[in-house]
Write a protein that binds this ligand. Structure first.
Ligand code: ADP
Ligand code: MG
Length: 317
């Protein structure tokens, strides 16, 4: 199977059919139509075997996660996904692997009406890069900057589950019936929550490196800080079944790969949060407050406040 047969067989069909794709896979480049009054939101992420996922991870999960990481970035901007490009470098044209990879990729693409409009295939060490394009009404994009003292801090879903799931996978427990394994392999990008947060959130980020690490990005350049309430962390029943309370909190604060949204909301817009929660299809939990002084703090279950170090995963460190 050469490069072109491979593209035809595994990638040329399978995503959403969209009327705004003027020209899709097959030409030198895709031609796409941005609707009147909208802006294009673009992001790219690559997944490297052994760095972003264990080399032995099921290819269906690899295909799904490589798109999920990009859709999560679009969610954090409040954008609706539209189109994707897929550049894949493969050590071999393993048909079983490709079939599972494309099944995972297209399952998520269909869920979010994403059309695969192009890409590239090359021979080499496994590395998968996706570029995703989303649409948003002009001027409505959500940003990392904008939080003000007094704003409430929220997180969607159950941070920590994916990192706990990765630990299970690394020790050989890959059964998807375990909810934490499921959440690592098939995280749900919070597209509906991002859309619902337009005009409500003062700042948004998606949690890929860990809650503390990503929250600290919302504080950068604003001369602001944050105090988190340890007891408010929305730990899932699933993580508490496998970990102590202390370990579960550690996963929730510092584990990566959750692809939840962390966001801030001004006091005078808090009443709009019920609608956000109702429209996002996931739990939304208040976990803290933005402070007028810089620094990240944590109030423990006894009410004692301490400074915390937001170290998350950093490449090259
Ligand atoms: P070119 O050499 O002009 O870059 P290619 O031969 O690499 O074109 O690709 C042929 C067509 O197939 C292009 O439209 C390209 O976007 C598409 N394509 C290549 N690889 C993929 C892939 N992994 N997924 C989807 N489309 C792909
Ligand atoms: Mg090419």
């Amino acid at each position: 199977m050469d490069e072109f047969a491979l593209i035809r067989r595994y990638f040329a069909s399978g995503g959403a059919a969209r009327g705004d794709v003027v020209l899709g896979i097959g030409d030198d480049a895709a031609v796409l139509r941005v609707p009147e009054g909208h802006e294009l939101v673009v992001t790219t992420d690559n997944l490297v075997a052994g760095v972003h996922f264990p080399v032995t991870l099921d290819a269906e999960s690899i295909g799904y996660r490589t798109l999920a990481a990009n859709l999560s970035d679009l969610a954090a901007m409040g954008a609706e996904p539209a189109w994707a490009l897929l550049a894949i470098t493969l050590p071999e044209a393993d048909e079983n692997w490709l079939e599972r990879f494309s099944r995972g990729f297209f399952r998520l693409a269909m869920q979010h009406h994403v059309a695969l409009v192009g890409g590239n295939v090359a021979h080499g060490p496994l590395n998968i890069a996706v570029t995703a394009h989303g649409l948003i009404p002009a001027g409505a994009a959500l940003k990392r900057t904008g939080a003000q003292p007094g704003d409430a801090i929220f997180v969607t879903g159950h941070p920590g589950d994916a990192a706990a799931g990765l630990k299970l996978i690394q020790s050989g427990h890959t059964d998807l019936r375990h909810a934490c394994v499921q959440r690592f392999c098939f995280p749900e990008p919070r597209i509906a929550a991002g859309v619902a947060l337009r005009g409500v959130a003062s700042s948004v980020i998606d949690v890929s490196d860990g809650l503390l690490a990503d929250l600290s990005h919302l504080l950068e350049g604003g001369n602001i800080g944050a105090t988190l309430e340890l007891a408010a962390l929305p730990l899932s029943a699933d993580i508490l079944r496998m970990e102590t309370l202390g370990a579960a909190r550690e996963y929730a604060l510092s584990g990566g790969d959750d692809y939840e949204l962390c966001f801030t909301v001004p006091q005078n817009r808090l009443s709009q949060l019920d609608a956000v929660a109702a429209n996002s299809g996931c739990r939304v939990t208040r976990i803290g407050t933005i402070d007028a002084e810089s620094g990240l703090h944590m109030r423990d279950a006894n009410g004692v406040v301490r400074g915390v170090n937001p170290a998350g995963y950093r490449h090259f460190s």
